[in-house]
Design a protein around this ligand. Structure first.
Ligand SMILES: NC(=O)C1=CN([C@@H]2O[C@H](COP(=O)(O)OP(=O)(O)OC[C@H]3O[C@@H](n4cnc5c(N)ncnc54)[C@H](OP(=O)(O)O)[C@@H]3O)[C@@H](O)[C@H]2O)C=CC1
Ligand SMILES: CC(=O)[C@@H](O)[C@H](O)COP(=O)(O)O
Ligand SMILES: [Mn+2]
Length: 382
């Protein structure tokens, strides 16, 4: 059977790998709608190859340019309205949320409201408004299928298991581009060094998040919402090879793990075709060639951003919203050379200290606090 899909962020790392999956098995998928941001050239190529009914780009000017090149039956949109069209207005059964940042929140909610399954890569959405997104999905009976490699691993380990028999989730962390450096050795690191992830090729923002350990913090909060377990039952373990994508320990002390080469096409395809599996374009895992796998205890003094994520998650309300939004701005400023690597955590800490948390926020309050944190993080000077 053909699965009809839409992709938010088709021009990014997850988006292009999703289209790789489609190109590898074109008889299984129909691409109904795609959105890019500013990479109109790639979006045009994708529209020609996959013939979606709808495409969207970031601006009106880019939309005018794209309209000149895409097939005449393809409708072209832009901006927030375009993201909402891609998310909700076609016959797609499943939306892959491969947009970066909490800008994915409203389109994800629109897709849920329209009854689409969600292939969830955009973790910032769940961090910013986890209670709203999961409640909307529960009410509509819509599945949130994890794309993030760790959450896909946990989802697979939990298959057929009873939630009450889970002792803890063990989320693995590579340690990112600075995994072998002390905090003192982080002074003066460059953007280029921070972008050199040892195992994964990903977009710039998540690669920096991996180096600060914010990525793991976002993933802890994402896991809390996807698997409905308290923070006491979520642990992070450093595993430099990224071969074990995460584990679940059960009450009888049995531990289940999901392994594979670090290739996002495997978890993406699993989300697209769940519960079915078929061959992906990736290579087999050769454990004998790897020889040894390594593990280290998490060090919360070395990685204060992970400590702050646990604290924010436990506090709940608008605190994770602020953690996420301050980080988004801090990372953008680091990538532009405005602040140093170590100042990213200072921006987040400053925003969390200044913020007054509101419990059980509605969408309007989430948006207000997200905007407040962004303004704070943009204005802070060192
Ligand atoms: N990359 C990975 O391996 C993994 C990523 N994730 C998560 O998936 C999400 C996407 O990550 P990744 O693919 O790496 O990110 P990328 O930066 O590679 O891609 C982001 C996508 O969002 C689009 N975009 C950015 N800004 C806008 C905007 N203002 N309007 C419209 N579209 C916009 C980009 O368009 P354009 O490029 O055309 O401007 C691009 O298509 C993130 O939430 C990340 O945390 C989770 C697990 C693994
Ligand atoms: C591929 C993926 O899921 C990323 O989120 C990855 O986990 C980043 O790796 P680390 O954050 O463990 O360095
Ligand atoms: Mn991940």
């Amino acid at each position: 059977m053909t699965k009809r899909i839409a992709i938010l962020g088709s021009t990014g790392s997850i988006g292009t790998q999703t289209l790789d999956i489609v190109a590898n098995a074109p008889e299984r998928f129909q691409v109904e709608a795609i959105s890019g941001g500013y990479n109109s050239k790639l979006l045009i190529e994708q529209a020609k190859q996959f013939q979606p009914k709808i495409v969207s780009v970031a601006t009106k000017e880019l939309a005018a340019e794209v309209a000149l090149h895409v097939p005449s039956q393809t409708k072209v949109y832009y901006g927030e309205e375009g993201l909402l069209e891609v998310a909700a207005s076609t016959e797609a059964e499943l939306l892959v949320t491969a947009l970066v940042g909490s800008q994915g929140l409203k389109p994800t909610l629109a897709a849920i409201e329209a009854g689409k399954q969600i292939g969830l890569a955009n973790k910032e959405t769940l961090v910013s408004a986890g209670h709203i997104v999961t409640e909307a999905a529960r009410t509509k009976g819509v599945a949130l299928l994890p794309v993030d490699s760790e959450h896909s691993a946990i989802f697979q380990c939990l298959n057929g298991e009873k939630r009450a028999e889970v002792a803890k989730l063990i989320i693995t962390a590579s340690g990112g581009s600075f995994r072998d450096r002390t905090r003192e050795e982080l002074v003066g690191v460059t953007v280029e060094q921070a972008l050199a992830h040892p195992n994964w090729s990903m977009g710039a923002k998540i690669t920096i998040d991996s180096a600060t350990m914010v990525n793991k913090g976002l993933e802890v909060i994402e896991a809390r919402w996807l698997f409905d377990l308290p923070y006491d039952q979520i642990e992070v373990l450093i595993h430099p090879e990224s071969v074990i994508h995460s584990m679940v320990e059960f009450v009888d002390r049995s531990v289940m793990a999901q392994l594979g080469n670090p290739d996002m096409r495997v978890p993406i395809q699993y989300a697209l075709t769940y519960p079915d599996r078929f061959q992906t374009p990736t290579i087999p895992l050769k454990l004998a060639a790897i020889g040894k796998l390594h593990f280290r205890e998490m060090d919360y003094e070395r990685y204060p951003c992970l400590r702050m994520a646990f604290e924010s998650g436990r506090q709940g309300g608008t605190t994770p919203t602020v953690y996420n939004a301050a980080n988004e701005v801090a990372v953008a400023r680091f990538l532009k050379g405005e602040i140093t690597f170590l100042q990213i955590e200072q921006v987040i800490e400053g925003a969390l200290q200044k913020h007054e948390s509101f419990a059980n926020p509605n969408l309007a309050l989430i948006e207000e606090q997200d905007a407040w944190a962004r303004a704070f993080a943009a204005a802070i000077r060192f």
